[in-house]
Design a protein around this ligand. Structure first.
Ligand code: 0WE
Length: 258
């Protein structure tokens, strides 16, 4: 049985009720996990307010700001996790960012700054958070990140995010090899396209979703709940033999050649 009772889970990447991380948080909670939630702090505290209201029914033990570009915030986050729980069992990494100007037009037009920022926030952050979680996972644990097909194949306009996801997926393998001996498993979920705050800001997402509905074996897109259920599986003992893998939750889209 899928049972996360007694497990502490830190979930990053919730912005609103369409976030993939929200789907994951709900399924982890339903399976019995105790939650810690992070939000991206902004000037007006709009994400904080939204996220606090949203997650309230899941009774999280802690709600903390986390901006992966701010080492001090990440340090405070894990200090709070240590103080609250003493140990961490589950880390969900569900965040990415590239400049909007980088997500259309020629890939080769990407600036050094745009490239570095996309890889810093979207790929390095998994290493950063995993390193901070490692000492809290002395009794083992599960780390899950979110990827996309654009990291292994060319998806028009995904551009520098594809390079970031390629790096992210390789991070999964190196982290899995390093942390396996202490019982920490590291895996990724490559989700099909889902309408979220991030993806809705991308031109052409509607056409991409229609395309998936036409060619994917299941003839539909996937839901946040389906990604959440897969994440719960990867965080549970049901997947105890699985590490270093990228699991596709995409209605089968990626198997098709045409
Ligand atoms: O990984 C993603 C989204 C990543 C993303 C989206 C944005 C939009 C707003 C990262 N940074 C930003 N920055 C912004 O300013 N996806 C898998 C969704 C997505 O994004 C695309 C896609 C798909 C699918 C971008 C271009 C083409 C397809």
């Amino acid at each position: 049985m899928l049972d996360l009772n007694g497990k502490n889970a830190l979930v990053t990447g919730i912005a609103n009720d369409r976030s993939i991380a929200w789907g994951i948080a709900q399924q982890l909670h339903q399976a019995g996990a105790q939650l810690g939630i992070t939000y991206l702090p902004d000037e007006k505290g709009r994400f904080e307010k939204k996220v606090r209201n949203l997650v309230e029914p899941l009774n999280p033990s802690l709600i903390m700001p986390c901006n992966v570009q701010d080492d001090g915030l990440v340090e405070s986050l894990f200090a709070a996790v240590r103080q609250k729980w003493g140990k961490l069992d589950i880390l969900i990494h569900s965040l990415a960012f590239a400049g909007k100007e980088e997500l259309s037009g020629d890939f080769s037009a990407v600036s050094r700054e745009g490239f570095t920022r996309a890889l810093d926030i979207s790929a390095y952050s998994l290493v950063q958070l995993s390193a901070a979680a490692k000492p809290l996972m002395a009794e083992g644990g599960s780390i899950v990140t979110l990827s996309y097909l654009g990291g292994v194949r060319v998806v028009p306009n995904y551009n520098v995010m594809g390079i970031a996801k390629a790096a992210l997926e390789m991070n999964v393998r190196y982290l899995a090899a390093e942390m396996g001996p202490q019982g920490v498993r590291v895996n990724g979920i490559s989700s099909g396209p889902i309408r979220t705050l991030a993806s809705s800001a991308v031109g052409g997402i509607t056409d991409m979703i229609r395309h998936v509905e036409e060619v994917a074996p299941l003839r539909r897109t996937v839901t946040q709940t389906e990604v959440g259920n897969t994440a719960a599986f990867l965080c549970s003992d049901l997947s105890s033999g699985i590490t270093g893998q990228i699991l596709y939750v995409d209605s089968g889209y990626c198997i098709m050649g045409m």
